[in-house]
Design a protein around this ligand. Structure first.
Ligand SMILES: Nc1ncnc2c1ncn2[C@@H]1O[C@H](COP(=O)(O)OP(=O)(O)OP(=O)(O)O)[C@@H](O)[C@H]1O
Ligand SMILES: [Mg+2]
Length: 142
């Protein structure tokens, strides 16, 4: 993912800010491929439609899920409108995520950028292999 971002950024003269937190040591091929496809399509959409020159990619683990967020600061669009359903990109991203039991959200408004947010559940095996099973943000401090 990192090298994809770097290469695309260089090729397109785009700034891609890639941030990632701790991830499980291994992810199933299905999850990795799904996340990679979402990244590809979202960055391509940002490039094709948003007019933004900067894209932020965030990949992190949150207890038993992996979260991926791709944000641009471009022109945005209305995700509920008919024209947003005209392409195949968003539809097939949503379908891919659904097939692995995850969830996808698009936050976008005309003139205020777009954020594609994906949550994917980890399998029990992937959760066990992780170093920090206790999510620090869930710990109660009293
Ligand atoms: N980052 C974005 N910024 C602004 N508009 C967007 C963005 N992403 C998607 N859109 C809008 O949503 C529409 C649907 O996106 P989608 O990826 O499904 O189709 P597409 O990119 O037009 O075609 P395809 O992906 O099939 O080549 C786009 O045509 C565009 O109007
Ligand atoms: Mg597209």
């Amino acid at each position: 993912m990192r090298s994809f971002c770097k290469e695309l950024a260089q090729r397109q003269g785009l700034t891609i800010d890639f941030i990632h937190g701790d991830l499980p040591p291994s992810l199933s091929n299905t999850i990795s491929l799904t996340l990679f496809r979402i990244l590809q399509e979202s960055v391509h959409n940002a490039l094709k439609h948003s007019e933004a020159r900067e894209v932020k990619v965030e990949l992190r683990r949150a207890s038993n899920e992996v979260h991926l967020r791709i944000t641009d600061s471009g022109i945005g669009f209305d995700p509920g409108s008919n024209s947003s359903r005209a392409g195949l990109g968003l539809v097939s991203m949503r379908e891919r995520v659904r097939l692995i039991g995850g969830e996808m959200k698009i936050e976008s408004k005309p003139m205020s950028g777009t954020s594609v947010y994906v949550r994917v559940p980890l399998s029990p095996a992937e959760q066990e292999r992780g170093p920090e099973n206790e999510a620090p943000d869930r710990k109660k401090v009293s």
